[in-house]
Design a protein around this ligand. Structure first.
Ligand code: HAM
Length: 437
């Protein structure tokens, strides 16, 4: 579990803001569900024989009630959808969420015990149109986040019956080779054989070489669904690879399954940025009205490792630097600047001009508004532009307008160089409550 210090939070916010914007462009609305849910929700939704449920949940009993810190967001979203009977209010619900998830995994780069996911779920649409759109939306988003080397992998798991028949075939194929499997996979042969296909160990990979693939077992409807997904992705021009071995670690999936990888040189083996898929049986399995569903989640820390987005420039736009006995007036000036949308700090330490200018530089301020006793008495301030290397004395009332103009000009020139710039553009001074301009 990690601290995220303010120096890093700027990049987190850029990714979160880009995500929230994408979600709203695609008609998703945010849902916030609890961090703690009854343990049974996760065992039922995710599956008893999964790594998450078997080994990774932070579970505890409080007053005889078994509870778990959420290891993922889908089960909670599905529970909320059922509990609030959302299906009766609208035919299709598009929900997104972001927040901490908890899994007691072995920590490594890009894998933590408290990690953050940005996820989304669509309830009520059987696809495959929305499946394709979801995948394409993620590719667009990763492009906006400047993630290099994005690769999409898709597969179809078919329905529960397909998986049962495939499971039998896989056990029949791997059974005679059991001795060559890793101990973990030997155990999985009895509990969750599909997970053996996911193993990164060479021994398991060699044993799976030549194993039947799921696709040989897909029924006609599942096959048509998958073909239509591919057709839609082709029409959108979204590149993807069909990976018949892709199974993923949660048991609730049916039909469409996908993973998106990227920035392999930075993430190594943990380069899965996004995982998702369809789970058409979960709502009914949890006791709700049956409804098709699909969703995904992206690991925020992994996105940040992968993304080439830089931290937003500058912590403030301006520093108000009072000298002598002028702090009270300076605080009022800073407040007026902020009303005009200018991010600013007032240096109230009572320090020298030199040290205040050093502070302005450290904060990335473009402008310093200096006011000493003489200036205060004369109703003027000095506006020092650190980029243009100019310093002008002007009436205090005029200073706000000048500072805004300079910052607007500066942010325009930054915007034209950096299309993703998110430094807020100052707004012209708003009318004050008293009616003054
Ligand atoms: P998941 O594959 O378990 O799927 O997790 C999705 C993403 O969360 C992973 O691809 C990875 O980027 C990130 N992630 C998972 N575990 C960790 C960890 N320990 N540390 C850092 N990042 C991690 C789900 O959670 C499903 N709920 C996705 C979904 C939504 N399927 C349908 N709807």
């Amino acid at each position: 579990m990690n601290d995220v210090l303010p120096d890093e939070v700027g990049r987190w916010q850029r990714v979160e803001q880009a995500y929230a914007r994408t979600m709203s462009l695609y008609g998703f609305r945010e849902v916030r569900t609890p961090y703690v849910e009854p343990t049974a929700l996760f065992t039922r939704a995710i599956g008893e024989a999964t790594d998450v449920v078997e080994k990774e949940m932070y579970s505890f009993v409080h007053h005889d009630e078994p509870l778990t810190l959420r290891p993922e967001g889908t089960a909670g979203a599905a529970r909320a959808y059922i509990e609030h009977q959302v299906h009766a209010k609208e035919p299709v619900s598009r929900w997104w969420y972001g927040g901490a998830m908890f899994r007691a995994e072995r920590p490594q780069r890009g894998r933590y015990r408290q990690f953050y996911q940005l996820g989304a779920e669509i309830f009520g649409d059987p696809g495959p149109g929305c499946d394709a759109e979801m995948i394409d939306m993620l590719v667009q988003l990763l492009g906006e986040l400047r993630v290099p080397g994005v690769q999409v992998y898709v597969n179809s798991l078919g329905g529960a019956d397909t998986r049962a028949r495939y499971r039998d075939a896989l056990v029949a194929y791997l059974g005679p080779k059991a001795a060559s499997l890793t101990p973990d996979s030997q155990r999985r042969l009895g509990t969750n054989p599909l997970r053996i296909l996911d193993s990164k160990d060479e021994r398991d990979r060699a044993a799976c070489e030549g194993a039947p693939t799921l696709h040989d077992f897909l029924g006609a409807d599942d096959r048509a669904h998958f073909e239509a997904l591919r057709k839609h992705l082709d029409a959108l021009g979204t590149p993807y690879t069909v990976d018949p071995r892709l199974v993923r670690g949660l048991d609730y999936y049916t039909r469409t399954l996908f993973e998106i990888k990227g920035a392999k040189d930075k993430l190594g083996a943990g380069d899965t940025l996004v995982g998702g898929g369809r789970y058409d049986n979960m709502l009914a399995d949890l006791g709700g009205q049956a409804a098709p569903a699909i969703g995904f989640a992206a690991g925020l820390e992994r996105l940040l490792i992968a993304s080439e987005l830089e931290a937003p420039a500058g912590r403030v736009d301006a520093l108000v630097a009072p000298l002598g006995d002028t702090v009270g007036a300076a605080l009022g000036l800073a407040r007026e600047l902020r009303r005009s949308g200018i991010r600013c700090e007032c240096d109230t330490r009572g320090s020298t001009l030199k040290s205040q200018l050093r502070r302005a530089n450290a904060l990335g301020a473009r402008v310093v508004v200096i006011q000493g006793d003489t200036e205060l008495a004369a109703g003027v301030v000095q506006v020092k532009d650190l980029d243009a290397h100019t310093q002008e004395t002007m009436p205090r009332d005029q200073a706000i307008r000048v500072v805004v103009d300079r910052l607007v000009a500066a942010s325009r020139s930054v915007d034209s160089r950096r299309p993703d710039a998110t430094t807020p553009t100052p707004v012209p001074p708003a009318a004050k409550p008293g009616g003054e301009a």
